[in-house]
Design a protein around this ligand. Structure first.
Ligand SMILES: Nc1ncnc2c1ncn2[C@@H]1O[C@H](COP(=O)(O)OP(=O)(O)OP(=O)(O)O)[C@@H](O)[C@H]1O
Length: 229
């Protein structure tokens, strides 16, 4: 019997590079991402983690190489139309409307998605149950992040692109984040995370982006060297 071929990756980055404002940010990135898997992007400030996520979200195009979804190039307009409906994007800009209630801030997105009934349970899971009728402007930074995460759950799309999702979360919030990531993956969802902070994600692939510029020598480095010689 012929050996069974591994399933085609849901997402494939094939030798992808990216320029922004005529500057080379990413070079020759490769990754295969299957249903239920997680990819963690790490690297120094400015190494291109957000750029990587933006490219996957279709905000920037690769300058070389290709990103394939189900084997189709996401930059083809017909493909992109379908592909973008798979994405859930969480960034440092939270797109929260301060004048809306906490519940409306989630339900609005859910209704746009043609779904209903998930906003309240999602907010409760994220520990915001008591605040659903408060105006969002009253939320703390960590609570705003929890609201963003409740949105991910209510919208419930398969590919999560998360830029620094644990920033401002307390320990309990980070555990909730880890929990919802694990549950999403159990359903076959994909999670791609850019982070500086440790987040426990089982069997995650880690892609460490190289620094774009060589690190300058700091005073501490100079003192270290002086001690050695
Ligand atoms: N709009 C833009 N035009 C040109 N260059 C940009 C633009 N936005 C970011 N860059 C540059 O791209 C590089 C990578 O930025 P990016 O935000 O992807 O890094 P990062 O790894 O996410 O950084 P951080 O850890 O600080 O969040 C940086 O050198 C930055 O100056």
């Amino acid at each position: 019997m012929a050996p069974r071929k591994p399933p085609f990756p849901r997402l494939l980055l094939d030798n992808v590079s990216c320029m922004r404002n005529a500057q080379q940010i990413l070079r020759h990135c490769n990754a295969s991402v299957h249903d239920g898997s997680a990819l963690v992007l790490t690297g120094t400030n400015g190494s291109g983690k957000t750029t990587f996520l933006r490219m996957l979200a279709g905000f920037s195009k690769p300058s070389a190489g290709q990103i394939l979804w189900n084997g189709h190039n996401i930059t083809d307009s017909g493909v992109f139309h379908q592909y973008k409906l798979q994405l859930n994007w969480l960034s440092l800009k939270d797109a929260i409307k301060d004048k809306f209630t906490v519940l409306d801030n989630v339900q609005w997105f859910e209704v746009l998605e043609g779904k209903m009934g998930k906003s309240l349970p999602a907010l409760e899971l994220m520990g915001l149950g008591r605040l659903v009728n408060e105006k969002a402007r009253l939320l703390s930074m960590g609570q705003r992040k929890r609201l963003q995460l409740a949105r991910l759950l209510a919208i419930d799309r398969p590919i999560w692109l998360l830029d620094e999702p644990s920033v401002a979360l307390d320990d309990d919030g980070v555990q909730l984040l880890e929990h919802i990531i694990a549950e999403h993956r159990k359903k076959g969802g994909i999670v791609i995370v850019a982070t500086h902070l440790p987040i426990e994600i089982e069997d995650a692939m880690v892609l460490r982006l190289p620094p774009r510029f060589q690190r300058r020598m700091t005073l501490v480095d100079m003192l270290d060297r002086a001690e050695i010689s």
